[in-house]
Design a protein around this ligand. Structure first.
Ligand code: AP5
Ligand code: MG
Length: 182
């Protein structure tokens, strides 16, 4: 199963992806986590990604492709995975299709978690990651609306998209997602 968890910053992609990966026994790939690890380890990709991640801009597609190809080459990705925060542009969506079709795989579903902006800002300010400052959060939301949200229409057109209310207890949201998968 290839599941894409889609949605604005702070909707709960990472939280739900971790629970689903555990319950379904598949790998979890968060491109945000991958970039933060690369930055911490000062790899070549990390050095390029840093200024984008720090300011809440999208890392350029070619750099994203490098980190995703590397991660998805791993043994645990042979049969399926949960993608969290990828793809975020049409170029990334096309790159993903290419990577998957080379393995004889395709996207099973795209789950779009929906949470209003003020709830998102409240959640992220409480979490307090380095990029969870109000001005950077608002920039991430703007970037999402301008560059990533157009993929909603793309995946709707492919019949892959289902939207889920992301407000409520974590378990409650998880049950809504599982209901779609069953
Ligand atoms: P990334 O790490 O993906 O950040 P993001 O998209 O901004 O999303 P978050 O991780 O902040 O939120 P989330 O939806 O995972 O929510 P979470 O579960 O943590 O990306 C960071 C940066 O990396 C980007 O800005 C960009 O620079 C770069 N990047 C990454 N991928 C890229 C790509 N594909 N292309 C280009 N650049 C890329 O939840 C948030 C908080 O809410 C947590 O504290 C959580 O505990 C809490 N919470 C979760 N669920 C609930 C609930 N139901 N009720 C109450 N609180 C909840
Ligand atoms: Mg996340």
């Amino acid at each position: 199963m290839i599941l894409v968890l889609f949605g604005a910053p702070g909707v709960g992609k990472g939280t739900q992806a971790a629970i689903l990966a555990e319950k379904l026994g598949v790998a979890h790939l968060s491109t945000g986590d991958a970039f933060r690890a690369a930055i911490k380890n000062q790899t070549e990709v990390g050095m390029v990604a840093k200024e984008y991640v720090d300011s809440g801009k999208l890392v350029p597609d070619d750099v994203v492709a490098r980190i995703v190809e590397e991660a998805m080459g791993g043994e645990q990705f042979a049969t399926g995975c949960i993608l969290d925060g990828f793809p975020r542009t049409r170029a990334q969506a096309d790159a993903l299709d290419g990577l998957l079709s080379a393995k004889g795989l395709s996207i099973s579903k795209v789950i779009n978690l929906e949470v209003d902006d003020e709830t998102i800002i409240g959640r992220l300010l409480q979490r307090g990651r380095a990029d969870d400052q109000e001005d950077i959060i608002r920039n991430r939301l703007n970037v999402y609306n301008a560059e990533t949200a157009p993929l909603l229409e793309y995946y709707t057109g492919k019949g892959l998209l289902t939207s889920v209310n992301g407000i409520g207890e974590v378990d409650e949201v998880n049950q809504r997602v599982l209901a779609i998968l069953s």
